[in-house]
Design a protein around this ligand. Structure first.
Ligand SMILES: CC(C)(COP(=O)(O)OP(=O)(O)OC[C@H]1O[C@@H](n2cnc3c(N)ncnc32)[C@H](O)[C@@H]1OP(=O)(O)O)[C@@H](O)C(=O)NCCC(=O)NCCS
Length: 271
């Protein structure tokens, strides 16, 4: 039985009913037998996030991947952050849909350096003010923030976090998988793999030479997921929040392109 047949629409409390003019994404849950189905997502089932899906993405990000500073600032801030991210010519968010219903997202930047520079140049104040307001409402997080990130953010806000003059060699274009979440009830069916592959194809199309990501070490992260899908572990370290994290990379070399330039990435081992 296909995944789409095994998924049935259901509403989660708190979601307003869809209108015919602007259908809101619904949460879905698996109601069929779990574990047996092979992925049946097609390339066209993964695409850029649509306007009416953005609130769902922000909520899922905060509830299911509350790592790092931004998700802990709350859904309202995450919505602003995602909006800024998507306004950047180097930021994107891919959504996987089953029967038109979103079941997972991947927030990515296709050129990390250019993306960060764009955000600092165009969205610095728009993000700093709501972040400060969110911190004021969360005193314990504010203390944590000052201890772990205060000096760095102060330099950036003052415009002193600018990069040194570019070196002679052009920098490597690095695409980053910033966040990926699949609805819990849809996991284990290939949705995450489809999102990662779509991200890598997008990265190749954008001219990235390398893709990178960071995930928590141990059960709280997804290192095994990336290892099984062909990513190379490049190191581990303790992050600003004192969490052990693991870094991964994929080199997007010419091997991954056809002669027409279309990427032919298939990193997941065939089963
Ligand atoms: C990680 C995640 C995106 C994978 O999505 P998914 O749709 O379940 O992935 P797929 O169905 O394509 O792949 C499932 C496979 O990955 C493995 N896997 C999934 N999550 C894993 C994890 N956290 N650690 C190790 N392996 C994991 C499954 O065991 C399964 O293995 P198999 O292919 O050998 O059977 C999803 O589990 C998720 O949203 N997790 C919560 C958020 C999160 O941790 N995101 C990653 C942060 S970097």
């Amino acid at each position: 039985m296909s995944l789409s047949h095994e998924l049935a629409l259901t509403r989660r409390t708190g979601h307003p009913a869809p209108t015919s003019a602007s259908p809101r994404p619904s949460r879905v849950r698996v109601v069929g037998p779990a574990g047996a189905a092979r992925p049946d997502l097609r390339d066209e089932d993964v695409g850029e996030v649509e306007g009416h899906e953005r609130d769902w993405v922000a909520e899922l990000h905060v509830t299911d991947l509350p790592h790092g500073l931004f998700p802990r600032l709350g859904v309202a801030f995450v919505r602003r952050w995602h909006r800024a991210h998507l306004a950047s010519p180097h930021g994107t968010c891919l959504v996987a849909r089953v029967g038109g219903v979103p079941v997972g997202f991947a927030l990515c930047s296709l050129d990390r350096r250019a993306h960060v520079d764009w955000l600092l140049a165009h969205r610095r104040r728009e993000l700093a003010l709501p972040a400060a307001a969110a911190l004021l409402r969360r005193p314990r997080l504010a203390v944590d923030f000052l201890r772990t990130r205060g000096a760095r953010y102060a330099r950036r806000l003052a415009g002193r976090g600018a990069r040194p003059a570019a070196a002679a060699a052009p920098p490597t274009a690095v695409a980053v998988l910033d966040a990926i979440v699949v609805e819990e009830f849809a996991r284990g069916r290939g949705v995450g793999t489809a999102l990662v592959e779509a991200f890598l194809r997008r990265a190749v199309e954008a001219g990235a030479e390398r893709a990178e990501l960071v995930t928590k070490a141990g059960a709280a992260g997804a290192a095994g997921f990336y290892e099984r899908r062909g990513w190379t572990r490049t190191g581990s370290h303790t992050d600003r929040d004192g969490e052990e994290v693991v870094t991964f990379r994929v080199d997007l070399t010419a091997d991954h392109r056809t002669t027409t330039g279309r990427p032919t990435l298939r990193l997941a081992p065939a089963r």
